[in-house]
Design a protein around this ligand. Sequence first.
Ligand code: AMP
Ligand code: MG
Length: 441
Amino acid sequence: MSTYHRTAAIVSQGDEIVLGQTLDTNSRWLSGRLMDAGVLPVEHVSLPDDRGAIAATLTRLSERVNLIICSGGLGPTADDLTRFALLDVLGGEMVEDEASLAAIRAYFESRGRVMGELNRVQAQRPRAAEMIANPHGTAPGLFARLPSGCEVFCLPGPPREMMPMFESHVRPRLRLEPGRTVVTRSLHTIGLGESEIAARLTRAGDMMARTRNPSIGTTASQSIVSVRMRYEGASAGAAAALDADERAVRDLLGSAVFADGDQTLAAACLARLRERKQTLSVAESCTGGLLGSLITDVAGSSDVFVGGWLTYSNEAKRRDLGVPAALFSESGAAAAPGAVSAEVAAAMAEGARRVSGSSFALSITGIAGPGGAVPGKPVGTVFIGLAGDGFATKIRRFAMSSDRSAVRDWAARAALAMLWFHVVDDTTTRLLREVRLDGSA
Ligand code: AMP
Ligand code: MG
């Protein structure tokens, strides 16, 4: 096995993790920090508080990687079993570590408390292991070298103790191969399905081949598909390889690419409007403020975002935005299109723009469910409007899934997607789940 730490496994421990009661944020954080350092995480394992399972997992992983980082299971109670599992793997006996015992006592005393007998176990370590001081809690960490040569760091579970221990004791002990790096980059897209993206990248020289470096993968989250690139190898080649791939991906996916890194769709839209010195307002119905929330999640949005209306009732749409009463079914007009219609979406967007004086206004009206469906308009029917200067108000209709929260989430992002494609002058891309205005596919 290489003497460098090129790859690592991460083990999170605790019944609460495996049962899904606590989200395993430690593993995510540790993976990020390892990658920043140039070490590639190759496996995450979550285990219950089960001594045998922990020992067996450490043994198995020690044949695959030469670095394992564990979190959790170092507390003082009967379900904290990491030190015992480590003993099972290392052999030998358990010893009480004088310095750690003193440190745990001092930790309690500094808070005006007396150490309980239960905490004494936290000063125990397998004879072959080293203690790692924990200035932020009672649980010291443990370090050991397993028979295969694999190094194991056991860190406390609470993130506010685990993170500083990683920085002060694990990070400096990583054996990094000089000149080697792991670098990731991501591009975020809207409007294209994951399979369409995969097809384009595959046609262009098999860019998603699993053996390729940089490797390229996609992940879809609601309507946004991210293309993730990962380079592993000589530091000197990283930027050129990733730049070339980024250019190729941008060429293949065109205006669907709205951002890179951590930038959101709302942030990308706001940035374009800011460049053009334009402003935005919103008129929401079924999304109940979600669109405004996505926009105001972006720090500094106030120079572009004027504000908006949450017009849930027909009366509010009429009173605040001037939507003609005759458009609503309750008006009694035989051909009234109803609150969820292209006509009302258009009137809402135009009303918002007129009253706020913004350059653009987005509107959303739809049926989030579970009730409210009407003939020809099933749950998930959403109309989105975009009004602005110099073009006829654009309306798109969507047939979204039947889950209330998914409909609302898709609708808010679809509105931003409409704005995005408008500002990048893309008039041809049909959005995901978009249907014709009459509801046909
Ligand atoms: P332990 O070291 O097992 O006593 O862990 C104590 C606490 O740390 C748990 O109650 C969790 O709240 C937190 N914790 C443990 N493991 C994790 C993890 N993988 N991710 C986030 N929090 C964790
Ligand atoms: Mg635990």
